[in-house]
Design a protein. Structure first.
Length: 78
């Protein structure tokens, strides 16, 4: 994703803001439209969120770069 782990952490915790380029890269890697990154109301329950996460991970399970990026993001929020 070409972003430092520290910068990503700042974005995730609200201490920093992402650039348009970072948003575009993130949406490309996650295979979603940029607006979907900010669309929280469409997922209602923990199970729905979990299912959607698993669905997205299944889409990238054979793409080492995308899977590594998802792993880094998860490691930084857990």
């Amino acid at each position: 994703m070409n972003i430092a782990t520290t910068s990503l952490s700042y974005i995730e915790t609200g201490r920093g803001f992402m650039t348009l380029a970072t948003l575009e890269n993130m949406s490309r890697i996650l295979q979603v439209e940029p607006y979907e990154i900010f669309q929280f109301s469409s997922v209602q329950t923990n199970q729905e969120m979990y299912d959607k996460i698993i669905d997205k991970l299944n889409l990238i399970k054979n793409d080492n770069e995308k899977l590594r990026t998802a792993y880094i993001i998860l490691e930084n929020i857990l």
